[in-house]
Design a protein around this ligand. Sequence first.
Ligand code: AHM
Ligand code: MG
Length: 347
Amino acid sequence: AASRKSEYELITLTTWLLKEEMNGSLDGELAVVLSSIATACKQIASLVTRAGISNLTGLAGAANIQGEDQKKLDVVSNEVFCNALRASGRTGVIASEEEDLPVAVEETYSGNYVVVFDPLDGSSNIDAGISTGSIFGIYAPSEECSVGDMDNPEAMMQNCIINVCQPGSSLLAAGYCLYSSSTVFVLTIGSGVYGFTYDSIVGEFVLSHPNMKVPESGKIYAFNEGNYCAWDQGLQDYINSLKDGSNFHGKPYSARYIGSLVGDFHRTLLYGGIYGYPGDKKNTNGKLRLLYECAPMSLIIEQAGGKGSTGTKRVLDVCPEAVHQRVPLFIGSPKEVDYLESFCKKN
Ligand code: AHM
Ligand code: MG
């Protein structure tokens, strides 16, 4: 009876991290960073849920470096993330969608991990109660961003940028948290993808989706088709083939688009299909940021058996030249991304 799996057995994110550490697949310092991120996500989940009743809807009154109006919740979520990472004592550099430049953490204890994140993605959905999410990626430091450098702000900033501008293929871990009808934390530490659903009674993320695999193909596409006229011919031909049935399934696809990368991605991971944010005539690299949106999601999809592409290249192979650099993104089931690429390459 001792070996029987108890019906009361609960694998929480905390126990899962400990187990991975004991297996030797996860560094203990990295586990600390991951649990701090999970705590930040719990806090953001409760802020998002209560936004309408605690005066947290609407604009903050400022724009970020990319000229986007910041919502109150963008600013608050960024603060929550930064505080949690600083308090972990294991992060050396942090870079956020909401900060102009990467920041060196002064009071680091050990580990010195480099963490990139979008604290609240899809925040234009917040006031309508629609899904949003947080996205993060973790790198090892490429050069020490040591406290001694603090005297020379210029040198330190360069050092931080070098630390942050690493290709997605160097990511040690990546994940996202979906704030929706349930709060789901999805994580990879480089050996498969694991999903944990928040249990408010236990107060913990509980393993609900072990070893997630994306279906090989799927007839759902998620693109902002309002931009159709600004797309190049190859992409227009591709979209037409999804609609008129002249694709490899021989049937028209279904369209689903939330306008929230985490929500659209999570559905794609579970049901299969493709999510795309292409470049267009005006924005040749599209909208999504390489470091804290495209690269972490691409690591997750690859670990789940899928693909993340710019249309012509594997996203994880793109080496960032700037912190807020954008790239076109096509991500999802491997056969769907291959099919999309066949149109991009023709062009
Ligand atoms: P944000 O980081 O400012 O929230 O923007 C990113 C979001 C993604 O979640 C979503 O996929 C995309 O922007 C939607 O953009 P659009 O409204 O142009 O379709
Ligand atoms: Mg974003």
